[in-house]
Design a protein around this ligand. Structure first.
Ligand SMILES: [Mn+2]
Length: 427
């Protein structure tokens, strides 16, 4: 019997319903034959939510220039409205990650209410000590690692303020990414810089409420090109060990040297219960901040293999991991790009859910290399789009969010409302 017979999807927007139901039906039959529960997979995809940062709604630009997209949000309220729209169409996001000082709420209670009315909560807060933004002392020579104790104190104080703002909004985490490092050999005392950073982070960690976590991001280079104080997951993990259980390592997919085995990093961190979460993006060379899944979808799939395996085997709880998109939009409409990214992440997750774990374990135990690769490929090559679509529809989202966005001319409407040269704060 067709396991999805009788299932009627309440499409909000006209699309090829018949095609969708036939695809879903066929896929469901194939999965049932493999012993996979289609409904369970759909419900797992449905509950998976990825936060969107407040800086992702406008055109990012590069150091060579910035090209306006038009109709970009002009303030925090409009950023929330854009994320609210994404939430409504995709049902894959339910939280915003705020960047301070770019998005300091003037009236925290009003912002909290506005977000709630749009179905949005507040994910981890992001502090910023990588630029001078009107504060008394400059971060040109570093912030938490600065050789001047007064600068370090100022940077610590900023982070403590970010925690206070986050508390007023209901956030439960602080993400710290440092640009600290040096451009030339001899410029910085490498050991002292690491110690100062650790000491500064201890003060920040001590200022967090007991139910908060600290997400410590690493990056090998840029904006500093000779040395970065927290260049890799290992250094981040070392510092976290000095801070406490609620400090964990944040993996930004673009923050690795080319060809780094990121799925191995994920597995290792989970093994130590040290994985804080993700900043999803994709890259060809470095911190390109391209749309997730646009360049290396197989890598993203392999990362989810480790995540699902690690959580199923009890290495680290799935719910303890934070999910966020961190991409920059230079050529695409940010909302269209975010729709694509949310879709790509959902697909990678869905494919990884289809892996025959038992068979994979057998292959690993018996040294069947060909078989192991085949197990992974079998899952990866499955077209899971009907599952992702059905999950979205069942949650009340659009069957085809991108088509809806385009046919409803949403960008044109935003330009009419906000103007052609509207610009988001901080970009
Ligand atoms: Mn990041």
């Amino acid at each position: 019997m067709n396991p999805i017979q009788g299932l009627k999807s309440p499409f909000l927007y006209p699309m090829n319903t018949d095609f969708h139901l036939r695809s879903l039906s066929l896929l469901s039959e194939q999965l049932t034959e493999k012993g996979i529960d289609t409904f369970k997979v759909i419900s797992q995809i449905s509950t998976f939510q990825i936060a969107v940062p407040s800086w992702a709604l406008g055109a990012g630009g590069t150091r060579f220039g910035r090209f306006s997209i038009g109709g970009e949000p002009r303030n925090l309220e409009e950023k929330l409205e854009d994320i609210g729209l994404l939430a409504k169409l995709t049902k894959r996001t339910d939280a915003v990650s705020l960047h301070i000082p770019w998005d300091i709420p003037q009236d925290a209670e009003a912002i909290k209410q506005k977000a709630a009315s749009l179905g949005i909560g507040f994910d981890a807060m992001n502090s910023n000590t990588f630029q001078d933004y009107g504060q008394p002392l400059s971060y040109k020579m570093g912030s938490l690692s600065n050789s001047d104790a007064a600068v370090r104190a100022q940077a610590v104080e900023h982070n403590l303020q970010v925690i206070e703002i986050g508390k007023s909004l209901g956030s439960k985490g602080l993400t710290v990414w440092l640009a600290d490092g040096s451009n030339f050999p001899g410029q910085a005392h490498i050991r002292k810089a690491l110690q100062w950073t650790t000491d500064s982070l201890k003060e920040i960690y001590g200022g967090m409420p007991a139910d908060w976590k600290l997400l410590l991001e690493y990056k090998p280079y840029e904006p500093n090109f000779y040395h970065t104080v927290i260049p890799d997951w290992g250094t981040s993990a070392l510092i976290c060990r000095h801070l406490g259980d609620r400090a964990k390592v944040l993996v930004d997919l673009g923050h690795h040297l080319p060809n780094t085995n990121i799925e191995q990093i994920v597995a290792t961190l989970m093994h130590q219960n040290l994985l804080a979460g993700f900043h999803f993006n994709d890259s060809k060379y470095g911190d390109d901040d391209l749309s997730t899944g646009s360049v290396k979808p197989y890598q993203l799939f392999l990362i989810f293999c480790e995540l699902i395996g690690g959580s199923a085997e009890g290495a680290q709880a799935w719910d303890s991991i934070s999910w966020m998109i961190d991409a920059s939009h230079n050529t695409k409409d940010p909302l269209e790009d975010l729709i694509q990214a949310l879709e790509a992440i959902s697909q990678a997750y869905a494919k990884a859910l289809l892996i025959d774990r038992e068979k994979l374990t057998q292959c690993q135990a018996s040294g069947d290399v060909v078989g192991a690769q085949d197990v992974l490929q079998e899952a990866f090559l499955t077209d899971v789009r009907p599952l992702v679509r059905e999950a979205r529809i069942q949650s009340g989202g659009e069957g085809d969010p991108l088509a809806f966005y385009r046919s409803e001319k949403i960008r044109e409407k935003l330009i009419a409302k906000r103007g052609k040269n509207a610009q988001a704060s901080g970009l």
